[in-house]
Write a protein that binds this ligand. Sequence first.
Ligand SMILES: NC(=O)C1=CN([C@@H]2O[C@H](COP(=O)(O)OP(=O)(O)OC[C@H]3O[C@@H](n4cnc5c(N)ncnc54)[C@H](O)[C@@H]3O)[C@@H](O)[C@H]2O)C=CC1
Ligand SMILES: O=C(O)[C@@H]1CCC=N1
Length: 252
Amino acid sequence: MKTITFIGNGNMALSIAKGLKNSYKIEVVGRDRKKLESFEEKLGVHVKKSLLDNFNIEDKNILLCVKPANVEEVSKKLQGRAEVLYSVLAGTGIQKLKDHFNTSAVVRAMPNLAASVGKSMTTLTGDTTYKEEAQTLFNSIGSTRWLANEKEIDIATALAGSGPAYLALIAESLSDGAVKQGLKREDAMAIMRGLFDGFGELIQEIHPALLKDGVMSPGGTTAAGYAALEKGNVRNACIEAIEEAYKKAVKL
Ligand SMILES: NC(=O)C1=CN([C@@H]2O[C@H](COP(=O)(O)OP(=O)(O)OC[C@H]3O[C@@H](n4cnc5c(N)ncnc54)[C@H](O)[C@@H]3O)[C@@H](O)[C@H]2O)C=CC1
Ligand SMILES: O=C(O)[C@@H]1CCC=N1
């Protein structure tokens, strides 16, 4: 079994490790031994644990899972030259990663929180020598799409990386609306979850515009609700959310 070495032991590292643990050996590197132990406990399999100071990355397959602001500090603590560095850092360009980390190859990956349930939509770009390997690695936490360049992965970060938070806002606000009209909270939550479950499958098969047409009866309830969404400028707010998130990725 191949070993993947995680640098960072936060939310994303744990979500990805959950998907990889049956097909890869996991090694995790962090600043705090207690947090490394807690990572292993949550993962439920044995992992090799090491502290960051002077950690040797020689010939390793590294999965970098720290915050973009930590690149300088973390890179100074490492020794040796990695075989390949996979980075999930939002907005952190390949050149910056190469400037700081000693590695033969770099692949940027942008997973999302659904990695923890094996359903991440992960976008990838970088050294094409590692394209197949990167796809195999990240296919074990969901599905992947290789993109042509870094501009595209920064846009995809806004769409699928941040996307779960945007859909959570929709999920919460629709449920709040149902509670406002008198539905019990637990009923509203159960119905909302069922809605997203079915919608998740439908949207794989049907174009969004046709799905909407299929639901909307002339003079019916959907048309009335839909008009309220348009009045609230939800469409434009979504377009601007992607623009703002993309602009932020470029600035990170
Ligand atoms: N949370 C998400 O949904 C997604 C996050 N990402 C990316 O994943 C990366 C990690 O994000 P999360 O796991 O959510 O954050 P987190 O805060 O849960 O984890 C960050 C990790 O970095 C470590 N760290 C922090 N400061 C450090 C320092 N000075 N030196 C060494 N290690 C340090 C922390 O101990 C922790 O292990 C970010 O770069 C983010 O852009 C990418 C896709 C989705
Ligand atoms: O909010 C962020 O910066 C990270 C990247 C994509 C999702 N979370």
